[in-house]
Design a protein around this ligand. Structure first.
Ligand code: EPS
Length: 345
């Protein structure tokens, strides 16, 4: 089974990730991963931290002579900015993990919660997702993402204006991102049991990205107001194409299984909780009214969230792909995939 763990604090020495279950003989370089790390750092609403960091991965294990060898792949992304690591604070930030985390883990210094709750962790997730994407690209399965809107603005020029204004005001903004995966075979995931449904895996993975408050697949919440006659994607068949549809309201998944259409996932991302113009709050130590803690932050996490959601979805699809066609080497998987393709139609 494909699985991963991440470790590391936002201002600690580095972020770490281990990917276990990746087959042998996949060509993999640090550049394959660095491309996505660089994309995650981009964004008009990014703040000062991204001027400091230049995220670059070190592949510590699992790759030899440019190819995976089947052993766990260890990754390390060093942090350049570590100066806040020893700066304690107690003025809880509404919207962040501060209060719940400090109570749960019995911490007097909220820094012990902030450091791991920070969306900096998503650099490790993106590194893992880049490997999942590389594996799937061997089978012509490709993953894309985009920003759908920021603060309700669907036009890039308009959302940039909104970001400028919001930066001035010391406020933050949310929005919606979309991920699409093309080239998928019919048959990833399963209808037979709740914890094998692929839409369930995707929803969990995307909802677990910091700041995500809603996940939609295909028509999403619009299914509640669309009659069945307009919602369900009618089936067609011809010899060249095989089975096909003229619409994709199901978002590529029916009965928890890929149906051969692109998988389409959207996520609603809330505004970042650290505001330059702080909200009313309470001090964890004195219990007195205070303003929330202010630290350097971005105006919006929506642009990087698109790249992070892409990684999260790619990982879940690679996991489902290996469950269906899995083998210890890339050659075994290619043989299994070809055999399945040849009996499909
Ligand atoms: C982030 C690094 C962080 C923030 C942001 C994400 O750096 P710093 O806290 O040093 O400015 O820019 O953190 C959050 C959005 C958050 O919720 O904590 C990154 O690398 O993406």
């Amino acid at each position: 089974m494909l699985r991963y763990l991440t470790a590391g604090e936002s201002h600690g020495s580095a972020l770490l990730a281990i990917l276990e279950g990746c087959p042998a003989n996949l060509a993999l370089s640090e550049d394959d991963i660095n491309r996505d790390l660089e994309r995650r750092q981009q964004g008009y609403a990014r703040g000062e931290r991204m001027q400091i960091e230049q995220d670059k991965v070190e592949i510590v294990s699992g790759v030899r002579n440019g190819k995976t060898i089947g052993s766990p792949i260890g990754l390390r992304v060093p942090n350049k900015s570590t100066e806040f690591f020893n700066k304690p604070f107690t003025q809880l930030r509404p919207g962040h993990a501060d209060l719940a985390g400090a109570i749960k883990y019995n911490q007097k210094d909220v820094r012990n919660i902030l450091e791991r709750a920070s969306a900096r962790e998503t650099a490790a997730k993106v590194a893992i997702g880049a490997i999942a994407k590389k594996l799937m690209s061997e089978f012509k399965i490709n993953t894309f993402s985009k920003v759908v809107q920021i603060a309700g603005e669907t036009d890039e020029n308009n959302w940039k204006k909104a970001i400028d204004k919001t930066r001035e005001e010391g406020d933050t903004l949310g929005g919606i991102v979309e991920v699409q995966v093309t080239g998928l075979p019919i048959g990833l995931g399963s209808h037979v049991h709740w914890d094998r449904r692929l839409d369930g895996w995707i929803a969990q993975a995307v909802m677990a990205i910091p700041a995500v408050k809603g996940v939609e697949i295909g028509a999403g919440f619009a299914v509640s107001v669309t009659p069945g006659s307009q919602l369900h994607d009618e089936l067609f068949f011809n010899k060249g194409k095989g089975f096909f549809r003229k619409s994709n309201n199901a978002g590529g998944i029916e009965g928890g299984i890929t149906n051969g259409e692109p998988v389409v996932v959207r996520a609603a991302v809330k505004p970042i909780a650290t505001l330059k113009k702080p909200l009313k709050s309470v001090d964890l130590s004195s219990k007195k009214a205070t303003e929330a803690f202010v630290e350097r932050s971005d105006v919006s996490a929506v642009e990087p969230a698109a790249v992070v959601a892409e990684a999260a979805v790619a990982f879940e699809l690679a996991k489902a792909f290996l469950e269906k066609f899995g083998g210890d080497s890339l050659e075994d998987i290619i043989a299994s995939f070809k055999a399945y393709q040849s009996r499909k139609s």
